[in-house]
Design a protein around this ligand. Structure first.
Ligand SMILES: [Mg+2]
Length: 402
């Protein structure tokens, strides 16, 4: 058994990982060719990997485990060659902080709408998913962000759960990968009134999800560290705390349940297997639904920005790329093939970016307000405005200038 750098390619996704490789012939063909990327990488498509696993007598479970490794790379195993790859990747997906001026310039005259994933974007990935808290500083930043821009949290988590972490009533929330969307309950500058549930396209699956949740709880309890989370319209099986040697066992348990439920499908995130209905609904659809709800369905002057860190966010990045509006920002320290235009390394950089956006907007509104005031003065019409000045806020100015 040796360690190899392997570049796993999947439709729309590519990831460099360092994994244990046995003497199996799975990698023989690729290994005999010169490395396709610096650092002695073996490049193999995931499809081919799966085919080879079948040919070589491997079971489907092996492919699941390989996919689990691919979606949950171990950062501390990164080598110098990965660092080299990172540099070239950064040329294609530059830091949103470095490109801040260009980004704000591109948004000129358009309404920025913010979409934020939660885990790994606003909060760090931690061992216990129930303790993935966001910092007070991040919460304060998101609160300010929502004063200046329509803002939505889009998460794989149950909407109530993600709300319990964020605790900001003025935001839109799209839980369960966008299958449970609700508008701000109060305090939003952008929702005309407090809104009830906006969209639950998978409500017919609720009884099935509850049933599978109970079965998975029972099935996986023999695997130490496995944690099943009921996200209302989808389920998560977290393996952040499961020893890697037991991933195969966990995959087998999940598969044995899923094969009885063809209307459910499996996707993967970072250290998590996700089970959801087979309906064509994802974070990208949720983004489109929210834009429509906000009145920007066929609007040329909207500029959506989506920040997220894992595979499920790619659906939203792709929607933005296809629409040619706004852009996605991938939060990642390692190179991944992505539809996002820019990158940020970790939640602390996300906070820096959001703070700069707030400050940029605040200053530009102040400029607009001064110009408006000067225009009023020049016209000799300063009467009520002069008296009202002490109580005019930036938000008031924003409404005036809109
Ligand atoms: Mg995430």
């Amino acid at each position: 058994m040796t360690k190899k750098n392997v570049l796993v390619k999947e439709s729309g996704l590519e990831m460099a990982i360092n994994m244990a490789v046995s003497n199996s012939s799975i990698f023989t063909t690729a290994a005999q060719k010169p490395p396709s990327v610096p650092g002695g990488y073996i490049t193999i498509s995931r499809k081919k990997l799966l085919q080879n696993l079948e040919i070589n007598g491997g079971t489907r479970i092996n492919s699941w485990v390989d996919s689990m490794r691919a979606s949950s790379p171990t950062h501390h195993k990164a080598s110098h060659s990965l660092a080299d790859d990172h540099s070239s990747w950064m040329l294609q997906h530059p830091s949103a902080l470095d490109m801040f001026e260009q980004i704000t310039k591109a948004s000129k005259g358009k309404q920025i709408v913010m979409f934020l994933d939660y885990d790994g974007t606003l909060s760090p990935i931690v061992e216990d998913p129930d303790r993935a808290f966001m910092s007070d500083a991040m919460r304060a930043t998101v609160r300010k962000l929502a004063r200046y821009f329509p803002t939505a949290i889009v998460s794989g988590r149950c909407r109530d759960k993600v709300y319990s972490f964020v605790r900001l009533a003025e935001l839109y929330y799209a839980g369960s990968h966008g299958m449970d969307i609700k508008g701000p309950s109060k305090g939003s500058n952008y929702a005309k009134s407090a809104q009830s549930v906006l969209c639950q396209p998978a409500s017919e699956f609720l009884p099935m999800i509850d049933e599978v949740y109970q079965i998975l709880l029972e099935k996986t309890k023999s695997t130490p560290g496995a944690k099943v989370e009921n996200n209302k319209f989808c389920l998560s099986v977290h393996f952040r705390c499961v020893e890697e040697k037991r991933w195969s066992e966990l995959a087998q348990q999940v598969r044995s349940v899923l094969k009885e439920y063809p209307k459910l499908r499996l996707t993967q995130g970072r250290k998590v297997l996700e089970i959801r209905p087979t309906i064509k609904w994802d974070k990208g659809k949720a983004l489109e639904f929210l834009l429509e709800s906000l009145g920007y369905a066929n609007c040329a002057d909207v500029f959506p920005v989506y920040i997220g860190d894992d595979r499920t966010d790619e659906d939203a990045f792709k929607v933005l790329r296809d629409r040619g509006q706004g852009f996605g920002i991938l939060v990642s320290k390692i190179p991944k093939e992505t539809n996002a235009a820019y990158s940020l390394q970790e939640p602390s950089e996300v906070m820096d970016f959001l703070r700069r956006l707030v400050e940029w907007k605040r200053l530009s509104l102040r400029r607009q307000f001064r110009m408006l005031r000067r225009a009023v003065l020049d016209d000799g019409l300063l009467t009520k405005l002069d008296k009202a000045e002490p109580i005019i806020t930036v938000q008031d100015a924003e409404m005036t200038c809109a």
